[in-house]
Each structure stands twice: as structure tokens, then as C-alpha cells.
Design a protein around this ligand. Structure first.
Ligand code: F6R
Length: 617
């Protein structure tokens, strides 16, 4: 999703802004641009494609300024990703420049109105409306108050937006407004920063100010003034950023994704850390939901998108098994459109790595309107979804830079297990010693993940040998089914291949017709312990597809010899309890998709057409 940077202070604004944009590249983007103020004039440049295109253009045709600067990486919503539609957008007098994240829903009506007043539009974007509106509002106010004009403009806009503007009237000022889309201030010494997230400025300062809904900030080198849309001062939340700058670096790996896959043992360990007391009781105080409220829960509904949705599907098995509470799981984008049945006894669990996915946010708001309690599972502290929920359980994966979710998925699973066990504890569904036994098993997961990571080399080799395949199918049962779905999603988004997952029992109802000579089929096999019926059934499924020519890639528990005769490639994972198996069985899928994409020459950190955080519906 779009990235925004603003700077005012003694350093050359252009350099600070472009470097800040580089730190936001992970959000995914299709064009980039900057505006700086200097000698009473506004200088802008903007280019489609990667930041390197903009840097090259700036080298060929340098711009300079001694005032404030703003920059933007765009992920196209209205209008194609080209130079003209890239931000910043300026008014017809080249007096005001603006960058924007979000969607201005009433832009068409505003554009007509502005065109009637004589404004000439150059782009197809909704954003350009804001630059002309800001300029005409500034002119009609006649007081040169950019912040005042921004407040007036915001009152006329509908939708979700972060807007950041500069004007030649006041070259040492950056003004920004926030509604629904993220924006954070970085307080420096004699300089100040603005960005979509702290990654853009942690190299300069770790002191941050969180902006609330419908607030406007005036940023000067020596002051940060935050008001509401009426101009009244508001209380702001100031905080210190703990993230180590190096945590957002690649650490010697060629791609963030590779580094993030190997960070998974630490990420899961950190997420479990401090959540069990010495006497084995779970303490999830930050959930802000009282045991009495949790005892009253009659139904759980999990809402999420993409990979987070797969975590939710796995959570359902654990929650229903441990707590005996009915649990539904739904993609957030569909949720509020089907008139779901919610009430005060419903606990909605919203899973979102970023805490900013608009589909999930809107579903959260809807659920709260229906008086359901909402508990968020989120990796980004202070992001919108946890702020708007009744309670939150943060995962501690650290920043995830690669667009494809990896370590945050495993930490979401850990968080879901913690919530399931906690609910079972407060509702008295399990005895203390039973909960302790699962907690003890959970505590060994980081070690088990290490083991998988130590043995995935054959998966890398396999992936390289399949780089020319057109389609890969994935099969699973029980918790292995969402794992298969996650494996297929990873392959689609990274390797741009057709990949599809099926519940293995569904094969015979249609998908088996797809099997042909040499088709790779990845199968996640449940544990054989206790002569599991599911295990035996999936072994039959493997035989069925192999008999029809499929090349079988089997992920099974170490020591499960029953699958060996039917496996063209056997990937062994450690034996862990069935419900926890996704924590280990997902890893070969991540490595497989990542390596296959690399073999095809794809950029695994920034797959085409994708954004890290999707802040539009
Ligand atoms: C896939 C991926 C996406 C996200 C989805 C939800 O690798 O990253 O499918 O899982 O966009 O994002 P969050 O969890 O930030 O709400």
C-alpha cells in the first residue's frame, strides 16, 4: 500500500525523503515521487516503477530545496500506474503539492465542481482533487494558513485518506491529515518526520507520535501541533520505538523473505514469552476482556484475509476442540455483506498482521456496531485494528518486510493457540494439568521449527527442479487442509503459478479429473499416531493420484514409513501433536514457494501487483 514520508529540518529534505521511501518499499508500490520547497518554488519529480527510476531521474535532472519535503510510493487504485498518476499532485499554480494514501470516494463530484471553477486536471487520480481543493481553499481563505485549509478540505472529503501537503507560502511547514489510513510523526532534535510507519524514520529518531482519527498535524523543525478538524488541540499518544533498525535490514540474506523464514523460531518464542505464570496459568491481561466476559461467550467468529484467514481456519479446529464453543471463520471482505448473526455473546477475533487491512477493519467496525466483542491478533503495535477492538493479543514477530507473510503466520498460530487455551482455562473446559501439557508442547515449537529449517535443503532442490511446472496441487485434511491452502497461496503470490488446494476427501468429487502425468501434487499428511483414520485415508488419496501419473511430494511425520512407497519426494517433519502440526508443516511450503519463485527470477520481497498492507476495500 502507498507509503508516505515528510520531513522538515536542517538536513537536505530530498535525501531524507528518498531514503525514507526506500525504507517503505516493502509495503509494495508501483511508482514513486517527491516534492521539495526551495527558493520560493516547488520542485517535484515522479516516476512509474521502482524507486531506482526516480533516483535515476533525479540524478539526470537534479532538483534541490532548502525547505520541507514530502515523498510517496503509490499503489494504484484510481488510474494506471504511470508517471502522471504518480504522486505528488500539484495545483495549477504549482503552489501546493500533496501526497495521499487511501481513496477519496466523492472525488468525481468534487472534480466536476473544481473543473467548473476552471481547475485543469492532468491525472486520472482521486488525489488530484485534493491538491486543487487545497489550493482553492487556501486562496479563498486568504490567510495563508495551510493547516486551516487542510481542515476545511478534510471536512469535504469522504473515504479513507492520509494527506500530506506542502505549500510555497510557508516553505518550512508540512501539514498532514489522517482519516482511517495510517500516519505517524517522528520527533527529532530540531527536525521532525512524518511517515506511514516508523520504518521510514527510525534511522533518525525513535520518538514517535501516534495520530488519531480525523486529526491534522502541523510539522515544523521545532514543533509538532496536532488538532482535530475544528482546529482544537488534541491529546496525542507519544511512544518510544523499540524496533532495532537492524531488525529491518536483510541481515546478509538476499531477500527479506529468506531472513524472515529463518527468524521463525525466535518470532514464535517471543510470542509465547511471558504469557504463562510460574504455576502454569496463562495470563493474557492485555486482552482487556475479563474472564467473566469470556465465560459469557456463546459463539466465536474469526475474520481475516489471505494468510491471516488461513491462521483463522486452523484456529477453529483448536478452539472448538479445546473450548467446545462453536467457531465460524470468514474472509473479512465478505463478512458484513451477508447480514451475519452477532450479539453481545459473540466474540469476534480479527486476525491481521498489519492491523491496517481495510476489509478486516470494516468487518471489525461492523461487528462492534452489532455489539459483539472484538479481540484483535496483530503484529503492529498501535495500528488501527487493535486500537478499534475491545482487546488485543499482539504477536511478537518483529517487522515483516517481505510482502508474503511467513513469520507472522506462525506467530498468529501461536497467538490463536494461546487464546484457545486461555478460553478453555477461564471457562473450566480443561483441567490445569491438561492446559499445562499443551503449553509445554507449545513451548517446544521454536525448537521443532529449528529442526525443520535445518532439514529443508531438499525442498530447495525440489523447487528448482519444478520451476517449469504450470500447476501445482495441494492436498490436506483436518488442520492440514488450511496448511495446503497456505502453500497454494504462497506459490500463487510468489511464483505466479496456478496452484490450488483441496481437502483430500474432495478429490473424488471432481478435482481428481485434473490429475495427469507428471503433475506435482503436494500432500500434507496427518500424524499416524493412534492409527488415525484420517492418516490412512490420505495415504489412499496419495495412492489414487500417483496411480494417475501425479508426482507426489509428501510432507509427513518423521518415522511414518507408510507413505514412503507412494512418495516421489518425502519431506519429513518432526512429530508434534496434531493440532500444532501446522506450525511445522507450513515451513516446507514457504521454502518451496520462495525457492521456486527465485528459480523463476522473481522478486520474492515485492511480488508483482501485491501490497504488504491492503488499506483499501
Ligand atoms: C499473503 C499475505 C496476504 C495477507 C493479507 C492480510 O502472504 O501476506 O494474504 O495475509 O493481505 O493482511 P493482514 O494480516 O495484514 O491483515
Amino acid at each position: 500500500m502507498c507509503g508516505i514520508v515528510g520531513y522538515v529540518g536542517p538536513q537536505p529534505a530530498l535525501e531524507v525523503v528518498v531514503n525514507g521511501l526506500a525504507r517503505l518499499e516493502y509495503r509494495g508500490y508501483d511508482s514513486a515521487g517527491v516534492a521539495v520547497l526551495g527558493r520560493g518554488a516547488l520542485h517535484t519529480d515522479k516516476r512509474a516503477g521502482k524507486l531506482a527510476n526516480l533516483r535515476r531521474a533525479l540524478e539526470e535532472r537534479p532538483i534541490s530545496g532548502d525547505g520541507a519535503g514530502i515523498g510517496h510510493t503509490r499503489w494504484a487504485t484510481h488510474g494506471a500506474p504511470n508517471d502522471v498518476n504518480a504522486h505528488p499532485h500539484v495545483d495549477n499554480d504549482n503552489r501546493v503539492a500533496i501526497v495521499h494514501n487511501g481513496i477519496i470516494e466523492n472525488f468525481a463530484a468534487l472534480r466536476l465542481e473544481l473543473e467548473e471553477q476552471g481547475c485543469k486536471f492532468l491525472s486520472e487520480t482521486d488525489t488530484e482533487v485534493a491538491s486543487h481543493l487545497l489550493s482553492t481553499t487556501l486562496a479563498s481563505r486568504g490567510d495563508g494558513d495551510l493547516a486551516g485549509a487542510m481542515r476545511d478540505v478534510c471536512k469535504r472529503l469522504e473515504g479513507a485518506f492520509t494527506l500530506v501537503a506542502v505549500s510555497t507560502d510557508d516553505p518550512d511547514l508540512v501539514v498532514a491529515a489522517r482519516r482511517n489510513s495510517p500516519l505517524v510523526v517522528g520527533r527529532g532534535e530540531g527536525e521532525n518526520f512524518l511517515a506511514s510507519d516508523v520504518a521510514a524514520f527510525i534511522a533518525h529518531t525513535r520518538e514517535a507520535v501516534e495520530l488519531g482519527q480525523d486529526q491534522v498535524v502541523e510539522l515544523r523543525a521545532d514543533s509538532v501541533v496536532v488538532t482535530d478538524y475544528d482546529g482544537d488541540p488534541v491529546e496525542v499518544n507519544e511512544y518510544h520505538v523499540d524496533w532495532d533498525a537492524s531488525a529491518a535490514e536483510k541481515d546478509g540474506y538476499d531477500y527479506f523473505m529468506l531472513k524472515e523464514i529463518v527468524e521463525q523460531p525466535r518470532a514464535v518464542a517471543d510470542t509465547l514469552l511471558g504469557r504463562v505464570t510460574v504455576d502454569g496459568q496463562l495470563t493474557l491481561d492485555e486482552m482487556r476482556l475479563s474472564p467473566a466476559e469470556l465465560r459469557g461467550v456463546e459463539k466465536i467468529v474469526i475474520i481475516a484475509c489471505g494468510t491471516s484467514y488461513h491462521a483463522g481456519l486452523i484456529a477453529k479446529y483448536a478452539v472448538e476442540h479445546w473450548c467446545r464453543i462453536p467457531c465460524e471463520v470468514e474472509v473479512a471482505s465478505e463478512f458484513r455483506y451477508r447480514d451475519p448473526i452477532l450479539d453481545q455473546q459473540t466474540l469476534v477475533i480479527a486476525i491481521s498482521q498489519s492491523g491496517e487491512s481495510m476489509d478486516t477493519l470494516m468487518a471489525v467496525r461492523y461487528a462492534r456496531e452489532q455489539r459483539a466483542k472484538v479481540l484483535a491478533i496483530c503484529n503492529v503495535n498501535g495500528s488501527t485494528i487493535p486500537r478499534e477492538s475491545d482487546g488485543v493479543l499482539y504477536t511478537h514477530a518483529g517487522p515483516e518486510v517481505g510482502v508474503a507473510a511467513t513469520k507472522t503466520f506462525l506467530t498468529q498460530l501461536a497467538a490463536c493457540y494461546l487464546i484457545g487455551l486461555y478460553l478453555a482455562q477461564v471457562r473450566g473446559m480443561k483441567f490445569g494439568d491438561e492446559i499445562n501439557a499443551v503449553i509445554a508442547q507449545l513451548a517446544t515449537m521454536p525448537e521443532q521449527i529449528e529442526k525443520v529449517l535445518d532439514t529443508v535443503q531438499p525442498v530447495r532442490e525440489l523447487a528448482h527442479s519444478l520451476a517449469d511446472a504450470d500447476t501445482v496441487l495441494f492436498l490436506g485434511r483436518h488442520v492440514g487442509y488450511p496448511v495446503a491452502m497456505e502453500g497454494a497461496l504462497k506459490l500463487k503470490e510468489l511464483a505466479y503459478m496456478h496452484a490450488e488446494a483441496f481437502a483430500a476427501g474432495e478429490l473424488k468429487h471432481g478435482p481428481i479429473a485434473l490429475i495427469e502425468e507428471g503433475l506435482p501434487v503436494v500432500v500434507v499428511v496427518p500424524s499416524p499416531k493412534g492409527r488415525s483414520v484420517l492418516h490412512d485415508k490420505i495415504v489412499s488419496n496419495i495412492q489414487e493420484v500417483r496411480a494417475r501419473g501425479a508426482r507426489t511430494i509428501v510432507i509427513a511425520e518423521e518415522g511414518d514409513e507408510s507413505v514412503r512407497p507412494y512418495s516421489d519426494v518425502l519431506i519429513e517433519i518432526p512429530a508434534v501433536p496434531t493440532l500444532l502440526q501446522p506450525i511445522v508443516s507450513t515451513i516446507p511450503m514457504q521454502v518451496f514457494a520462495c525457492e521456486l519463485a527465485l528459480a523463476k527470477g522473481n522478486d520474492v520481497d515485492q511480488p508483482r501487483n501485491l501490497a504488504k498492507s491492503v488499506t483499501v476495500e
